[in-house]
Design a protein around this ligand. Sequence first.
Ligand code: NAP
Length: 497
Amino acid sequence: MAATPHVHDAVIVGAGFGGMGAAIALRRRGLDDLVILEREDDLGGTWHVNHYPGLAVDIPSATYSYSFEPNPYWSRLYAPGTELKRYALHVADKYDLRRIMRFGTVVEQAAWDERARHWTVATRDGDELHARFLLTATGFLSQPRRPDIEGVDDFAGTVLHTADWDDEHDLTDERVAVIGTGATAVQLIPEIAPATRHLTVFQRTAIWVTPKLDGPVPRPLQGLYAKLPFTQRVARHVGSAVLEAIMVTGVLKFRRLSVFNRGAERLATRHLHKQVKDPALRRQLTPDYTFGCKRPTFSNNYFPTFNRDDVTLETTSIERIEPDAVVTTDGTRHEIDTLVLATGFNLWDTNFPALRIVGAGGKDLGEFWRTSRFQAYEGVSVPGFPNFFSLNSPYSYSGLSYFTTIESQMAHMDRLLGEMQRRGATTFEVTEQANARFLERMTRRLDDSVFLRGSCATSRSYYFNQHGEATLLRPTSTLNAFREAHRFPLEDYDLAS
Ligand code: NAP
């Protein structure tokens, strides 16, 4: 007779800030037998994987961190990526999470075992784990996109994706091409341009760039934050309030407040005019879609990089890539040594979910989302998937700092698990009605947003899924998200023992 398998309290997939936050939330409810599975060789998620030159957070650091674990020592208003990685290591140590993490473990599938009423999780190297609860914290921007350009795999020189940067590779004196002009490229291009012999930037869609108000956090202020933590809480609240105002006015309430977006466009255009004198270049760098359709960015050194003689902005489409060159549709061959792919991430094909998840009655989550609509109750749970917290779901990203999402989800989990404990329940499942109600409300609220009311057709924004619906961001204020995380109707879940 087969031995009864060990059933953990929970398996969490992903050792980034989302997965660590989830583990902390579960522990607070007394769930101690936890395993965190991580495909990379260390923790930190995005901040472990990304280490390209120029990487920094673009949300004020006092806000981009757990509220219960402030770091007084951020060196700048927008901390560099290395500090985020260090912060992740600190959190893992302080909350004793490292010992429950298994690195280099790719999860292929998780399936709900209806008879045993637990999840069975299968890894690529043939292991099988069992757990009462399954949590996926696999990130939104975690499946790097290789462009579907003919010949990209035949390039004979070095290919560097920004999410797989080779720190040893020296670009000095090389002819380099960067494909992409998203937030990553905006940080990377000014950093690498001075070293290269020639840099050609291939832009398909221009990005809105506003000035960056950044600077070092003086040592005495760091000391004050350490000594009197409430002072940093004030800074955090100010940061959160500004982000909330930007999100609500610039994204969610576009129908009535499009004046904000027009103001932001004017600010970005003035910034461009100040920094670039050539009108033709300025035209090329000016987006033709509404500010907010696509994630805008800010930088003080991106535009000036294009004034350099050794940097070319190429806006003619790429036709193909040959072993030594990028060839554009006008027949020009741009000979290069290194090809940099700043081409971002695939959210809607290979993510959502990042692994195969099979719920009750053989319901496949990926199939469900694609054949009906992308949806998740409060961005956390899905009908037909008992004891499953899907932390990177449609409508789960709330506000602009990811930590807002993480902490509201922690609150949601805490409320639900607390109720289960009070009632002695062992399983939960969100009801079809609650899920439908939530989806209907999110759909309605999107109607006021820049995504539906702005001019977004040419933006090629990853906020939109393959059906043209903007189902990534939760179209409510973060205050609403937090309120509902603490007060959602408990009847929205079926609990069973
Ligand atoms: P992204 O915003 O998706 O940008 C990808 C770029 O690659 C776009 O310019 C895209 O052009 C281009 N591209 C993709 N496929 C292409 C193709 N086949 N041919 C030509 N161009 C192609 O990705 P990202 O810049 O990596 O940024 C992703 C997100 O990561 C950001 O929006 C932000 O949320 C986050 N991020 C955050 C930070 C931070 O916090 N500090 C830094 C970097 C990134 P199209 O626009 O025409 O598709």
